[in-house]
Design a protein around this ligand. Structure first.
Ligand SMILES: [Zn+2]
Length: 48
């Protein structure tokens, strides 16, 4: 299990959208959260 850094929802890696950023992979519940992350990745990385 992993966590969506934007909304905090727990996710199954196999079923989630993923984005690679600075050599780490982040998972998202929806394309909406993914695009929010991409607009300001640092904001969400520092939170986790
Ligand atoms: Zn989400």
């Amino acid at each position: 299990m992993t966590k969506d850094p934007v909304c905090g929802m727990k996710l199954d890696e196999k079923k989630s959208l993923k984005t690679k950023y600075k050599d780490r992979v982040y998972y998202f519940c929806s394309s909406n959260c993914e695009s929010t992350f991409k607009e300001n990745p640092e904001k969400f990385i520092n939170k986790t």
